[in-house]
Design a protein around this ligand. Sequence first.
Ligand code: GDP
Ligand code: MG
Length: 240
Amino acid sequence: QEEGEGGEEYLFKIVVIGDSAVGKSNLLSRFARNEFDSNSKATIGVEFQTQVVEIDGKEIKAQIWDTAGQERFRAVTSAYYRGAVGALIVYDITRRSSFDSVKRWLDELGSFEIDFTLPFHMLMLQLIVVATVECLTPSVVLRALKYPVYLDFAGSGTKGLAERALVEVEVWLTHCDTAIARMLVGNKSDLDNIREVSRDEGKSLAEEESLFFMETSALDSTNVEAAFEVVIREIYNNMS
Ligand code: GDP
Ligand code: MG
């Protein structure tokens, strides 16, 4: 806070998720390069684009991740979500099945791949690693280090401490999860004449799940910048 101009760097990882062909890649290309591609193929190669946005006079780098078409095979891995502080969950207003998938995407976003069949001390180690990687704030790391239990692979005499740490780590994970700024996006608003999902349905789902909500069109640019900016601003506000 006390650093002078240019002394702070903000890099926010934001993921774009949703069923295949809802327009994720086009929302990103519209936002990052003001481009739209009507024959866009599944994204290949490029995993993210970085866009600089100014908020309250601060330069913020939004690193926006696009699935490289893996969503077709439901093969989006936890590495994709790791470290994300914002998410756009996209559906296509002309395809109800993509709206019905939103809950599954939300579940994936909030879940961590933790192997609960591991021996207790290894489970602890894994939980701490996940907590620190997912939510890399200094206080979390410091608090994790306060518990030397993960160094004690024999686990002798430290079970009480380990159990306390486990509870704490779970609390951090819950906190990290809810700290992700999430926006529900109903894309292809230009195709209003063939819509299958009403605006009100999108709005109610967003209210139910505590998400921001906007209808966008990557084709005619409606709300594209606004959707990303609301998420970026929310992340920025969450930090202070
Ligand atoms: P992704 O699989 O979610 O990344 O979807 P794409 O960005 O590849 O888009 C899938 C198809 O939908 C492409 O044919 C796009 O041209 C089209 N599309 C994407 N966004 C819009 C939009 O806002 N309006 C319309 N009419 N078509 C769109
Ligand atoms: Mg794509």
